[in-house]
Structure formats: C-alpha cells, structure tokens
Design a protein around this ligand. Sequence first.
Ligand SMILES: NC(=O)c1ccc[n+]([C@@H]2O[C@H](COP(=O)([O-])OP(=O)(O)OC[C@H]3O[C@@H](n4cnc5c(N)ncnc54)[C@H](O)[C@@H]3O)[C@@H](O)[C@H]2O)c1
Length: 398
Amino acid sequence: MRALLLENVHPDAARILETAGAEVETIDRALDPRALASALAGVQLLGIRSKTEVTEAVFDEAPDLLAVGAFCIGTNQIDLGAARERGVAVFNAPFSNTRSVVELALAEIIALTRRLTLKNTAMHAGVWDKSAEAAHEVRGRRLGIVGYGNIGAQLSVLAEALGMSVYFYDTADKLALGNARRCDSLDELLAVADVVTLHVDGRAGNSGMFGAEQFARMRPGSLFLNLSRGFVVDHGALRARVESGHLAGAAIDVFPQEPAGRGDEFRSELRDLPNVILTPHIAGSTEEAQQDIGRYVAGKLRDYQFEGGTSMSVNLPHLALPPRPGGRRIAHLHRNVPGVLAKINSLLAEHKVNIDGQLLDTRGEYGYVLTDIAVDYPAAVLGSLAAMPETVRVRLLG
Ligand SMILES: NC(=O)c1ccc[n+]([C@@H]2O[C@H](COP(=O)([O-])OP(=O)(O)OC[C@H]3O[C@@H](n4cnc5c(N)ncnc54)[C@H](O)[C@@H]3O)[C@@H](O)[C@H]2O)c1
C-alpha cells in the first residue's frame, strides 16, 4: 500500500500509516492537478490540506486511488461527487480544532472584560493607567452563545466552570449542558447577555444574520465575538456600535473578505478601533489541533484501507464493523437501487460463501455493504460481485 501526503501534514499522520504497513511519501507543498495526477500512479491513499485541488480529471488519471484525507476542515478543494462515483472515500477532521476555538474565545472574553487591549496599548505608549474603571471579572457575567454545536456546547461547559451564567440560542433542538439556559429566540438572548458570541455554521441563510438591528438589541456595555464565519456579521454596523460606545468591545477572527496569503495586506472597516481584538482566522490554528487533525484523518484512512470503515466519511455511507483478525471482509460500494443486497447475498450463496457478519448503510444514490466471510473463499465470487451492473467498487480486505 502506498500513501502520498502533501502540504506539510503533521508527521504523526505518516507514522500512523507507516505503522499500518504503508509506504509513505511526503511532499511539503501542494501539487497542481497535472503534477498530482502523475504523482498518484500506484498510490492508494492521498493526504492533502486546503491548497491541493483534487479535480475530476485527477480522479480519472488515478485509478489506484482508494481514499483522500483532507487534513483540514473544509473539503471544497475536492470534487466529492467525482470521488464517490469512482468509489473513492473522502475524510476530513471536522472536530479537531474545537478546543482551540473555545480557548481563544475564553481568552478574548476575559481580555475584553478586563480591557487588556487598552491597557496594553497604553503601556506600549509609555502610559501607566492604573485604574479599575470598567474592568470586570467574568464570574457572574452572562454569556450568550449563538449556535450551540460542537464549539458552542464546549464553550458553554468551560465558561460555566469560570462562573459565567450561560444562555444559548440554536435553531436546532439542542440539549442544554450543565446549567445553561436555552433561549427561544435570538432577541431573548440579546436582551440578557453581557457577552454575545457567534458559533453558527456556514449555511447560506446565515449570511448577514447579525447586523444593525441585532447590535441595537444588545445590552449597553456588552461585548461581541465572532469566531465562526465572516459573512454572518455586518462589520459596518459593528463599527458604528463600537464607536458610539454602545458596545464595550469586540473580538473578530473571521472576515467577509480575507487576504489570500500570509503577509498580504488586511483591509477591514474594523481596523483602528479601541478594545477590538482582530485575529487572522487563527481560532482553530494551534499545534495541538494540527496534531489532532494528523492523527484523526490518518486513522480514518487506515481504517478504510484495512477494515473498510467509512464512519464520518464526507461522501460515502457511514459504516464501521469491528476488526475481525483472521477473517476476510468484502467491501462493496454500489448504486442504491432496490434488490442490491439480495443480489449480493444470492451471489455469495451461489458460490457457497457463508456470511459471518454483515452491515449495510445507504446515503442518497449510494449504498455500502461490509460482509465478513471465512478466510477461504472461491476466487470467482469477487469477479461476480464486480460484474454486477450496480457495483461501483468492490474490495477484499484482510
Ligand atoms: N475561526 C476558526 O478558525 C474556526 C475554526 C473551526 C470552526 N469555525 C467555525 O465555527 C462555526 C461553528 O463550528 P462547529 O463545529 O461548532 O459547528 P456545528 O455545525 O457543530 O454547530 C453550528 C451550530 O449552529 C447552529 N445554527 C446554525 N445557524 C444558526 C442560526 N442562524 N442561529 C442559531 N443557531 C444556528 C446549528 O444548528 C448548529 O448547532 C462554524 O461556522 C465553523 O466553520 C471557525
């Protein structure tokens, strides 16, 4: 088995794949589609980050490819449909940087509540401004979390540990953790919170969800944070509310337009505002998160290669059967039409193959079935399964 890891994926990923028996080649940069296609000859597992595009043409020229690991959160750089049609599983790491985002949010809530940015700027300008005015503890203050998903929920738990009273609003029905209180509307949350922090997802309907009207409903002297997506907030409206003194401060990590590369000029109407922390989309960027991403995605590639497991795959049905040392496993990806499972099983029966265990999952037009069988099996059975018109890909594991 050969794996190709691009774009400086964390070294733990190579270690995990090598331990599993893969021959791993690493390249510290992205490859353009043409170079990528030729580098993929004989490669089963590909690891990339956000800068490598894996297009339909690349998949066409890489018949050996079994799985692509996106060692990041987003998968826009991969043609997921083309991958699925060819039976190539795609994995990413949606949760590996959750804790990093939560820690930055907490650090910023404390920094803004203590007005550290202002004190720091004054000190660097030679001003000794020793006073307690407008500096507060976070203990007892009300935190309003908008979007109670992976990040929002973890922030809720840690903020409570600091003594904050947590309120949240989510469009989905979410279990309240600890003593957190659910709000039935965004307005209800805005009316009560001393700190409002956005952790909503990037669905199209969230574009501009937080603007002049919402800032006007926030409590005077409150704080605002956005570490979710840039396009959800109207930055002109935010600037106006900070300048008017209605908001005591803000922390923004994500922007509607972000510079393409490191060192490029950052343009924003939020520059040069007092008690506003601006960070270059780094809430999830820590060495711990990179290591976790490396381990998580490499584990997914290994499990797919050896066990056929697709749990948390971005583009295939989700299945995981426990490992079965000493046995064989048939991984069968097919078009999801009525009667496929019956066909697979009657083919197995025709070849006198006994089924020791079996799991099926479907996702839209595709179905995936893992079937455990004995070590000895008639070789012709694989050919028969591959010849089924519904078959996308069939593999024998173990
Ligand atoms: N700044 C960074 O570096 C960084 C890093 C990681 C994640 N993120 C972003 O943080 C956000 C949250 O990530 P997550 O993993 O917690 O996502 P998630 O999908 O687990 O949670 C999002 C939650 O928001 C809720 N939601 C969506 N729209 C809403 C709305 N209009 N009002 C109220 N609730 C709404 C959803 O129901 C869901 O519970 C995402 O946008 C993600 O892209 C940013």
